[in-house]
Design a protein around this ligand. Structure first.
Ligand SMILES: CC(C)(COP(=O)(O)OP(=O)(O)OC[C@H]1O[C@@H](n2cnc3c(N)ncnc32)[C@H](O)[C@@H]1OP(=O)(O)O)[C@@H](O)C(=O)NCCC(=O)NCCS
Length: 173
C-alpha cells in the first residue's frame, strides 16, 4: 500500500454563519460547528484512506469565544498519523468577520476515523502517512500519546499497556 503525504488529503470548508446556524443569542450553535468539523475531518480521512470511514472518537473540544451571525469560518482538516485501520485527523477552526478582519482561532480537535471494507464493513488497513515538515513531524510523534490516552479513557486499553503515558495513571488509587 502506497505511503501518502499530509498535503494529499488536506481538506478545507468555508461557511458563512446564517440565522439557521445560531442560538437565541445570535451566536453559532456548538453542535453545528461540531457537525461541520466531523464532515470535513471525514472527507480528509476518506481521501487518505481511499475508503468509507466512520468516526470512532472525538477528543476534548472547547469553545474559546463566540462566533457571531455573519462571521465566516474556515474549518481545516489534516491527517496527523495513520495507524493500522484508523487515522487521527487534526481539525482547526478559524473565524473572522465578513471583511476578513478580526481573524481568531476558535477551536480545534482531534478526530479518529476507522476505514471500512466496502463489502464486509469491517475495519481495513490504511496507507501509512509520511510527515515532511517540522509541524507535521511533531503532530506525528505526539499522536501516539493522544492515541493511548483516548484508548485508555474509552476502556479499550489498560493503563498498564500504555507504553508512552503509563505514568499518568500511576498512584491514582
Ligand atoms: C469504529 C468501529 C468500526 C471499530 O470497530 P471494532 O470492531 O472495535 O474494530 P477494532 O477493534 O478492530 O478497532 C478498529 C480500529 O478502531 C480503533 N478504535 C476503536 N474504538 C476507538 C475509540 N473509541 N477511539 C479511538 N480509536 C478507536 C482501534 O484502535 C482500531 O484502530 P487501529 O486498527 O488503527 O489500531 C466500531 O466501533 C463502530 O462501527 N463504531 C461506530 C462508528 C460510527 O457509527 N460512528 C458515527 C457515530 S454517529
Amino acid at each position: 500500500m502506497k505511503e501518502k503525504k499530509v498535503a494529499e488529503s488536506i481538506s478545507i470548508m468555508t461557511e458563512l454563519i446564517m440565522p439557521n446556524d445560531t442560538n437565541p443569542l445570535g451566536n453559532l450553535m456548538g453542535g453545528n460547528l461540531l457537525r461541520w468539523m466531523d464532515i470535513i475531518a471525514g472527507v480528509c480521512a476518506g481521501k487518505h484512506c481511499e475508503a468509507h470511514v466512520v468516526t470512532a472518537s472525538v477528543d476534548h473540544v472547547s469553545f474559546t469565544g463566540p462566533i457571531h451571525l455573519g462571521d465566516v469560518i474556515t474549518v481545516q482538516a489534516s491527517i496527523t498519523r495513520a495507524f493500522n485501520t484508523s487515522v487521527e485527523v487534526y481539525v482547526e477552526v478559524l473565524a473572522s468577520n465578513i471583511k476578513g478582519h478580526n481573524t481568531r482561532r476558535s477551536n480545534h480537535a482531534y478526530f479518529t476515523f476507522v476505514a471500512l471494507e466496502d463489502d464486509s464493513k469491517r475495519p481495513k488497513k490504511v496507507p501509512k502517512l509520511v510527515p515532511l515538515t517540522r509541524d507535521e513531524q511533531e503532530l506525528y510523534e505526539s499522536a501516539i500519546r493522544r492515541r493511548e490516552l483516548r484508548l485508555v479513557l474509552s476502556g479499550r486499553m489498560k493503563p498498564a499497556e500504555a507504553t508512552e503515558i503509563r505514568t499518568l495513571f500511576e498512584n491514582l488509587d
